[in-house]
Design a protein around this ligand. Structure first.
Ligand SMILES: Cc1cc2nc3c(=O)[nH]c(=O)nc-3n(C[C@H](O)[C@H](O)[C@H](O)COP(=O)(O)OP(=O)(O)OC[C@H]3O[C@@H](n4cnc5c(N)ncnc54)[C@H](O)[C@@H]3O)c2cc1C
Length: 464
């Protein structure tokens, strides 16, 4: 290890590494504090050649590398293990916007570019990068692609995968694969970039990406509505899609319990209603030039008695206040303490059934569970988190947690859904992958991993 560390320091130069355990704590601790690891060195390369040289040196020494972006992963994906023998490779110095090709509606950035900076570069060019999530001020494009991030606008624009046109990737032996093309059509052989999207740093290190841009959707209209029953959300979505010509940018479902946590833990966060409703929908539409459209569509839903009450933001300040409520959920949850996290998806047509059967299931499993449900219901994705009684011992928590999680994942699987809709698999969901993606799918994943990373030096212990 000593020889390797000396080589890495020479490759990276004085600005490019850090070995101070105290200064490295933000890099060795997960965002929620659930996972903590150790590392002898944080590598901060400034160029793709440095990344390649670091990977070659680590491959020669048989030392593992944990790629890290903004470290906002929710499942321990970017954290080294406890041995203190895995190098962290942070992309944060490779943060430049390389090109905005407005005529081609595309942007090329280095992997360490913070998502909000990439969005801003698109806006400056009069275009729109639709990837948007609560962590956008610190997560990086490389991390977004490595986790196939979803977020708030998936229903209309797809996940990160749908936005990637080209990638530059450093492979496990230090070879640089340059597929940084910006084409919408390309049938030349296998589409290799797809392998690395969502692979969570286990197959290669993404160093740059070209992403699709869209026309600026213009002024957005934002509304918060109260509903009685989460099951009607899908019906409301279907009517609004038709009424608004599919111009729905976001469609988020949040339970009263969850907004209650936000009001309790986040200063100045208050719902704009005088009454409480069991569930809420935060809806954003690209109907700016004809704001009446959203109002009319919501009025129809009120007449149909599917919506109980609605508030439409009158200006961008009010819209921001509504979004602040939504974006504060993860922080409020964190402050509220430990809960079982289930980031699941089901086909939209099964959402109503999932919510109803989920309620019945939790009541059967234990009467004292607290459901903390919210999510991007417009694309079939729910954070279906569950709070257990606070007086359980660690041991009881572990056994009860596993029992409840299994029952929820079984229900999700029965309805044709996925136990991992966002955030990736990381460390926390690894065992479940073997269970719910076993057989030919898992075998092929293992074969790909062995082929692309035979020495298992890229983020070992994650995903598979
Ligand atoms: C408040 C909050 C809200 C969030 N909301 C959402 C949401 O709505 N939707 C969603 O999908 N996620 C969400 N997340 C989770 C997280 O932000 C995303 O998974 C994000 O894409 C991770 O990006 P990152 O740069 O922080 O990656 P990291 O956390 O640093 O890494 C994540 C994984 O990607 C790998 N990786 C990172 N960079 C690279 C690279 N250049 N090459 C190869 N592998 C790499 C890491 O090894 C790790 O396995 C949220 C997180 C927070 C804290």
């Amino acid at each position: 290890m000593t020889t390797l560390l000396k080589t890495l320091k020479e490759i990276l130069g004085p600005q490019g590494w850090n070995c101070d355990p105290e200064e490295l704590r933000p890099h060795t601790t997960e965002w929620r504090g659930v996972y903590e690891g150790r590392t002898p060195l944080l590598a901060r390369p400034a160029t793709v050649d440095q990344v390649a040289a670091v990977v070659r040196a680590c491959a020669d020494a048989g030392v593992a590398i944990v790629p890290q972006g903004g470290n906002t992963s929710m499942c321990g994906g970017a954290i080294p293990d406890a041995t203190g023998e895995q190098i962290i490779l942070s992309l944060s110095r490779m943060n430049r916007v390389l090109d905005v090709d407005a005529a081609n509606f595309s942007i090329t950035v280095e992997a360490g570019c913070v998502l909000a900076d990439a969005q801003e570069a698109a806006t400056v060019a009069g275009q729109y990068l639709p990837l948007s999530l609560g962590a956008e001020g610190s997560c990086q494009i490389g991390g977004n692609i490595a986790t196939n991030a979803g977020g708030l606008n998936v229903g209309r624009y797809g996940t990160a995968r749908a936005l990637v046109l080209g990638l530059e990737v450093v492979l496990a032996d230090g070879t640089v694969m340059n597929s940084l093309r910006s084409l919408r059509k390309d049938t030349a052989g296998y589409d290799l970039k797809q392998l690395f999207i969502g692979s969570e740093g286990t197959l290669g290190i993404i160093t740059a990406a070209t992403l699709r841009l869209f026309p600026d959707p213009g002024q957005l209209a934002t509304a918060l509505v109260g509903i009685e029953n989460a099951g009607v959300a899908v019906d409301i979505l279907a009517s609004l899609k038709t009424a608004l010509d599919d111009r729905i940018e976001s469609f988020e479902l949040v339970s009263q319990r969850v907004f209650g946590l936000v009001e309790r833990h986040i200063p100045d966060a208050t719902l704009p209603f005088t009454e409480e409703y069991p569930w809420y929908l935060l809806i954003e539409t690209a109907t700016g030039s004809t704001p009446q459209l959203l109002e009319d569509a919501l009025a129809t839903e009120i007449e149909r008695e599917r919506i109980l009450d609605a508030v439409i933001a009158k200006n961008s300040k009010e819209a921001e206040a509504l979004w602040r409520l939504r974006h504060s959920i993860s922080e409020a949850e964190r402050q509220d303490g430990k809960a079982l996290k289930h980031d699941v998806s089901v086909p939209l047509s099964k959402m109503q059934q999932f919510l109803q059967r989920g309620d019945e299931l939790l009541a059967r499993l234990r009467p004292d569970l607290r459901l903390i449900a919210f999510g991007h219901v417009g694309d079939g994705n729910l954070h279906y988190n569950v709070g257990l009684p606070r007086d359980l011992t660690e041991e009881e928590w572990a056994t009860e947690g596993a029992r409840i999680t299994r029952a929820i994942y079984d229900l999700v699987a029965e309805l044709g859904g996925s136990f991992s809709a966002e955030h990736g698999v990381g460390q926390s969901k690894r065992a479940w992958l073997a269970e719910y993606r076993g057989g030919a799918e898992l075998e092929l994943m293992q074969l790909l991993k062995k082929t692309l990373d035979p020495a298992n030096i890229l983020n070992p212990g994650k995903v598979i």
